[in-house]
Design a protein around this ligand. Sequence first.
Ligand SMILES: [Zn+2]
Length: 168
Amino acid sequence: MSRKLVTYPEEILSRKAVPVDVIDDAIRELVRDMAEIMYENRGIGLAAPQVGEGLRVIIVDLSGPEKRENLMVLVNPEITDFQGECDSEEGCLSVTGYQSVVKRAEKIQVRALDLDGNEVFLDAENLLSTCLQHEIDHLDGVLFIDRISRLKRKFYDKRLARWLSKKD
Ligand SMILES: [Zn+2]
């Protein structure tokens, strides 16, 4: 597998991803790579831009990297309804060493295609809802650190700059 996890501040993470036209073997291979990378890094969700592909594909598995029981693949997902508001404690595989509380909608409705090209509709709440919002944000070039206060963001960028300068 040549794909690998992309981390902030790489440019593709802030770019809008394009819709998938045809679900073919290349897309199925992308999804396999994404799942491998997500489980390896102990994540519960991943979006294609996080492996360097600017396509509207996300995966979620709330059962976690040990169980791997409930992999959900959504192609061209769209949030069609938002309800309520909640505080969501989030981190991101592409944002190293940082977590913060983000405001999210409490419940959402999503429309997408599955890997067979069938249209799927789902109602999500709790962790599934916030996780889907986080992953769909990635498709619009938005990271959870784009949704925190300016002060917190400054603090994170400073810390990251210090960390990156030590690394080389
Ligand atoms: Zn993320």
